[in-house]
Structure formats: structure tokens, C-alpha cells
Design a binder for this molecule. Structure first.
Ligand code: R5P
Length: 315
């Protein structure tokens, strides 16, 4: 089987290919002067795309990632269906259809945070994006999705996978925390699994988001005096959530505070801001970022294997 990537997930695709022991093929990606994208499967990769199931690794972030993912899926479906017709008359113009076998593996699912309709007339963006992707593939594996429930009934099977086991191992090996904190209720399951794997204490905060840049945490007594604490979340964007949680921990006597997440978006100078509050920042490479210290490949591989088995493509 083959792993394929475009412009936004090359290193992650390479990690996945290594974890699965498969070949990794890079598609040709370019931009026209007006910024529109162009995708082509190199001629030397076409046979591989038709021989076995294909796993396309691509982020739906930033917005250009959505278009690139759709175009990659379209190009791969085209060659798998045998639709080779081209104006230059290069090669055979038609080949037999090789059937289903295209999986999309999404390291960072952009638009995942709009997972509900809060006001009438809103798009449930996470579902809308997933359904667009579902049109071009037979299944989707997604890494540490913000709120998995939103994709539970989309039109193709979805495998939800998580890098929290690797994140826990990394924290154990480097920080060896005494305490894991979830900065809000949404991260409780992830963070408590990390605490359980490390074998340390756990608690959570109750967070209210006033706007994109303003976070308020409800006061809570945490037994962290003299302790080393790691705050675990699915993603860090502006860093506001982590900075406010770190303040609460420091004010209650925590001696070391680290921040760990799967998705390091780190928008608008977030790393510099975070380093005023925490002793270390740890992330996977689901998105290219300066704190990529945890491999996401094994977690994505677990999701892909689960999906291949579910689709009966694992022979
Ligand atoms: C929200 O519930 C997420 O799990 C993160 O806590 C949030 O997106 C982090 O955003 P920021 O870094 O901007 O506070």
C-alpha cells in the first residue's frame, strides 16, 4: 500500500509510511500566479496508486489545505477509476477501474471547533468539511479531533485516533510530571488518559471563553504546591487557555509548569507568550511548528489500520 502527500503534510506522511512500512509518494503541487492550486500525480507514481489502497495524508488547514486535499482525492480517484484521458494523448487513455481503496488520513482537521450550531443560521463547519472530504474517499482517519461526536454519522467510516499515548510517554521521559491538568472540561478524557498512563495525579479547570483572546477560569483549589505539572490539551492556538491555567497553577505553588498538546497552531506569537508562563511547550508535528517533539505517525497508523480492517482492505 502507499502513503501519499501534497504540500502540507510531507513529514507526517513520511512518519506514517515508516510506521506502516509502506512507500511514500509526493504529489506535484504548484500555485498559479492568481494563487489557485495545481495537483498532478507524477507518471512514475500512477501504477502504485492503482495497485493497492492509497492513504492520502493531508490537513484541512489552512483553507488552501481543504482545496488541495479535494484535488488530491480527485486526481487519485481518477487514476484508480482508469480515467486517463488527456489532451496530449500521453499513455493509455483508459484503464480498468481498480475499485475502492482511498483513505484520507487527516493529522489536523481544520474547522473542527465549530462542531455545533450555537445560533440559527450557522454552518456546522466541522461536519460540512468532513462531508466534502467524504465525497472523494472511502474512509477518514483523523488524529485527536476536537470533538469526535460531530463526525459520528457522516457518509463514510471514520477512525478516531489519538497521539496521547505518545504524548504521555514523551512527558514521562522528559518532564516526569507529578500532576496533569486539563485546562477545561473538553480535554478531560484526553488529559486523564495521559495522567493514567504516567501514573500521576489529575484534575481539571472550568473555563469560560469570553472571546478568541479572553479566557476566564473558575477558581479551584489544586493540590499542586511544590509539584511539577503538565497541562494537556488537544490544541494550542493563541495560548490564552494555557497561560491562564499556568497562572492558576503558579499561584497555588506549582514549581514547574509544562504545556503539551497534539496540535500546535501557535497563532500570533503564541510561543513567546507561552514561554512567559510555562517552562516548556511540547507538540506533535500534525502541523508544522517549532515545538514538534512528539511523533504523530504511530497514532495515525493505528487509525489507518483500524479503517483498513473496517473496510475489508487489510488483506
Ligand atoms: C478548546 O476547547 C480547545 O481544546 C483549546 O483549549 C483551545 O482551542 C485553545 O485555544 P487558545 O490557545 O487560543 O486558548
Amino acid at each position: 500500500m502507499v502513503v501519499v502527500s501534497g504540500s502540507n503534510s510531507g513529514p507526517m506522511a513520511q512518519q506514517l509510511a515508516e510506521a506502516l512500512g509502506w512507500e511514500h509518494h509526493l504529489l506535484e503541487t504548484r500555485r498559479f500566479p492568481d494563487t489557485e492550486g495545481y495537483i498532478r500525480i507524477p507518471s512514475e507514481s500512477i501504477e502504485a496508486m492503482r495497485k493497492e489502497p492509497v492513504v492520502v495524508v493531508s490537513n484541512t488547514f489552512p483553507d488552501s489545505g481543504i482545496v488541495e486535499t479535494l484535488l488530491m482525492l480527485d486526481a487519485i480517484q481518477g487514476v484508480r477509476k482508469g480515467d486517463m484521458q488527456n489532451l496530449r494523448n500521453i499513455g493509455p487513455q483508459a484503464l480498468p477501474d481498480v475499485g475502492k481503496g482511498v483513505i484520507l488520513a487527516i493529522p489536523y482537521f481544520g474547522y473542527s471547533r465549530q462542531d455545533k450550531r450555537f445560533k440559527p443560521g450557522e454552518s456546522i463547519s466541522a461536519k460540512a468539511i468532513a462531508e466534502m472530504m467524504a465525497c472523494g474517499c472511502d474512509g477518514i482517519a483523523v488524529l485527536d479531533l476536537h470533538a469526535p461526536a460531530v463526525l459520528q454519522d457522516i457518509s463514510v467510516p471514520v477512525a478516531f485516533t489519538s497521539a496521547m499515548p505518545e504524548l504521555a510517554q514523551h512527558l514521562k521521559d522528559t518532564v516526569d510530571p507529578d500532576f496533569i491538568l486539563s485546562p477545561d472540561k473538553g480535554a478531560i478524557e484526553r488529559a486523564s488518559n495521559v495522567a493514567q498512563q504516567i501514573g500521576c495525579e489529575f484534575s481539571y479547570l472550568e473555563k469560560t471563553r469570553i472571546d478568541a483572546h479572553t479566557i476566564v477560569h473558575k477558581a479551584k483549589d489544586l493540590d499542586v504546591a511544590g509539584k511539577s505539572v503538565a497541562i494537556v490539551d488537544d490544541m494550542i492556538a493563541t495560548g490564552g487557555t494555557i497561560c491562564r491555567a499556568a497562572e492558576a497553577l503558579r499561584s497555588q505553588g506549582a514549581v514547574q509548569v509544562h504545556a503539551a498538546c497534539c496540535h500546535g497552531l501557535f497563532t500570533g506569537g503564541a510561543i513567546a507568550r507561552l514561554l512567559r508562563y510555562v517552562d516548556g511547550v511540547h507538540a506533535t508535528g500534525s502541523l508544522a511548528n517549532a515545538r514538534d517533539v512528539i511523533s504523530g505517525g504511530p497514532a495515525l497508523a493505528r487509525g489507518v489500520r483500524q479503517l483498513l480492517a473496517e473496510l475489508g482492505l487489510d488483506s
